[in-house]
Design a protein around this ligand. Structure first.
Ligand code: ATP
Ligand code: MG
Length: 615
């Protein structure tokens, strides 16, 4: 479907798309040439992500261009230029040297989205130590697990996060040598006489205390030099350690190398259509790979201005950020878009989004209904794209200049070969006598797979070589997701391997069912699972969150049942409905169907370390 752009009086003319014609770009794309679009370290000393993201701009005409526009929770805004960012990250890299930290050691950041997070992240990469960002919403146990698995030697965090989440487990982190605290020390608490609550009051507060075994980041940076020369960096040196979202089970630690920056640059150009004058906003937290690859690296490598918002989701606030900061390219996730839809068109209409020219989404299937909502409410289609922590960068995308087929993830990036592999009854990929995996026909469902070799591909799961090796079959990397490809080369998401429902001989993808339910006026969000059944094998059960103004009732349940049957047929429509205003989501915003299933069946909930448990 070709969307007609709606008239937007305040919008300046859009730049020409970077990818004007899919077939042409695919035909001429070459990774070696993509690498040549970057600088490399001066003196032929290799390839370093932070040099490409910061220093090469600071040394050129973009020195005074705003790199980061940091918005705090209270409405404050601070612009940081590329030149300024280069000096701050130099200080951080020097500080690591001063502390005796060696390249290759692991630096964890557990921080809200503030300037210091970016300084620590990029300074770590300059220093050639390994960056591991964690969600600040994690509790002590997931933090401990990840820091132990990743052998954290440095942690950058805030006084509050330290006190609540790290101090209680510090004695169980023997490798942790340095804790740097960002932001002023917390006011020390001294009990107000007689009130017994222990709460501080201005009259009784004693001077701030710095927790034992920590140092102030500001002090350490202040003492460090602002000159730094990045040492030789092999493109294959480990740069990032990223834990997966934990949607299907215990998160895995994916290892990425400096060469990944070639993918971050190429995909920012082709899939996100970044141009030098863009104001870009990626809403993801760096604790999720999207917030690192596209929240930190990709926009900076392109030298654009990147909006960094410390605040949490709030529909009105988000529209204000889009409007006030003049965001032109916006990268977000389906859950957020579903919540904006739930907040109503009136709120959207109260904001002038005239500068916005390109919207992309990742992380979960993007329901066609949301693509249509984008066109109607934002005046722009939403471009779904697909990738994983393991792939390090976007692999399949809808491009600005290409027709969108709503509900489809799009087509593989130039330089990426993707296919669908046939699976047997046990979910194993079928391999022929020649040792080659069997590829599916058009429209046939199977496992989405990629030909290994792109620069941002993970190089292993930390401490789990066997699991890593099991991801490869017959020359392909198996994604674990089920998909199909149509005759036009567009890929359609069916479900995660584990989420697919087998009912009376049908294989049902939860996404298909959820997307139809979202078309019902009462439904804000839906999670669909298979429930064991003696006759059908499994029956479909749907958990639905209602939009404002709707209340659970038997009448509504029957209405939903009828609606789903009419649209999906009796074989695929949910047999059961439950109303649930608090579907479990991962920190990165994905519906955790395995948890819905475990709760329904009274099974153990498994690893819930990344889940916002809502009951
Ligand atoms: P874990 O591997 O720990 O279970 P996870 O797979 O959710 O967690 P991520 O690497 O953050 O961790 O997510 C990648 C997965 O998200 C993909 O494999 C896919 O299942 C889903 N996904 C990402 N983008 C899309 C999309 N556009 N459409 C459908 N699903 C998507
Ligand atoms: Mg995964």
């Amino acid at each position: 479907m070709r969307w007609e752009p709606i008239h937007k009086p305040s919008r300046p003319p859009d730049p020409a798309p970077n990818l004007a014609d899919y077939a042409t770009e695919r035909g001429r794309f070459d990774w070696a040439e993509a690498r040549r679009a970057l600088d490399g370290l001066p003196g032929d000393l290799g390839l370093n992500i932070a040099h490409e993201a910061v220093d090469r701009h600071a040394a050129g005409p973009r020195r005074d261009h705003v790199a980061l526009r940091c918005l705090d929770r209270h409405g404050g805004r601070r612009d940081v230029t590329y030149g300024d960012l280069a000096e701050r990250t130099n200080r951080f890299a020097n500080a690591l040297d001063d502390l005796g930290v060696a390249p290759g050691e692991r630096v964890f950041v557990l921080m809200p989205r503030t300037l210091d997070l970016f300084v620590a992240a990029l300074g770590t990469l300059k220093h050639r130590s390994v960056l591991c960002p964690l969600f600040p919403a994690f509790g002590p146990e997931p933090i401990r697990q990840r820091m132990t698995l990743g052998t954290a030697t440095v942690l950058v965090t805030t006084p509050t996060l330290y006190r609540h989440k790290v101090a209680p487990i510090r004695d169980r982190l023997p490798a942790l040598r340095h804790v740097l605290l960002s932001g002023g020390p917390e006011p020390a608490v001294s009990p107000a006489p007689g009130d017994g609550t222990g709460r501080s009051s201005p009259a009784t507060a004693t001077p701030p205390a710095i927790p034992e075994g920590t140092a102030q980041l500001a002090t350490v940076l202040g003492a460090a030099s602002s000159d730094y020369r990045i040492g030789p960096t092999d493109p294959q040196d480990m740069a990032l350690l990223h834990f997966t979202s934990g949607t299907t089970g215990t998160p895995k630690g994916a290892v990425h190398v400096h060469e990944a920056v070639v993918s971050h640059h190429a995909t920012g150009r082709l899939a996100l259509d970044l141009h030098p004058d863009d104001v870009f906003w990626c809403t993801a937290d760096p604790g999720w790979v999207t917030g690192t690859s596209y929240g930190i690296v990709s926009p900076l490598v392109h030298g654009v201005t990147s909006v960094v918002d410390e605040g949490d989701f709030d529909a009105d606030r988000w529209y204000r950020v889009l409007e006030d900061e003049g965001v032109t390219v916006w990268y977000t996730a389906p859950t957020a878009l579903r919540m904006l839809r739930q907040a109503g068109a009136e709120l959207a209409g109260a904001h002038d989004l005239g500068r916005l020219r390109f919207v992309a989404s990742v992380g979960e299937p993007l329901n066609p209904e949301i693509v249509v909502w984008g066109q109607e409410t934002l005046g722009l289609p939403i471009h779904d794209n697909w990738w994983q922590t393991e792939t390090g960068g976007i692999m399949i995308a809808n491009y600005r200049a290409m027709d969108i087929r709503p509900g489809s993830m799009g087509r593989p990036l130039p330089g990426i070969e993707a296919t669908v592999l046939v699976r047997d009854e046990d979910g194993e990929v079928v391999v022929g006598y020649d040792g080659r995996a069997v590829e599916a026909e058009d429209d046939q469902q199977g496992e989405l797979a990629l030909r290994p070799g792109w620069p941002s591909m993970f190089r292993g799961y930390l401490d789990d070589e066997a699991r890593y090796r099991a991801c490869f079959v017959g020359g392909w990397y198996r994604s674990g997701d089920l998909a199909r490809r149509d005759a036009g080369g567009y890929f359609w998401f069916v479900g995660r391997g584990d989420d697919v429902i087998k009912s009376a001989g049908h294989l049902i993808g939860p996404f298909e069912v959820e997307s139809v339910l979202l078309e019902h006026p009462a439904v804000a969000e839906a999670g669909v699972i298979g429930k064991p059944d003696a006759t059908s094998g499994e029956v479909v059960k749907a958990f639905v969150t209602l939009r404002p103004g709707f209340e659970p009732s038997d009448e509504l349940r029957l209405d939903l049942l009828g609606f789903a049957r009419r649209r999906l047929g009796t074989a695929v429509a949910p047999r059961e409905f439950a109303f649930d205003q608090h579907l479990p989501h991962t920190e990165s915003g994905k519906i955790v169907r395995r948890l819905l299933r475990a709760r329904e069946l009274g099974l153990p909930e498994g690893d819930t370390s990344t889940v916002q448990v809502t009951r």
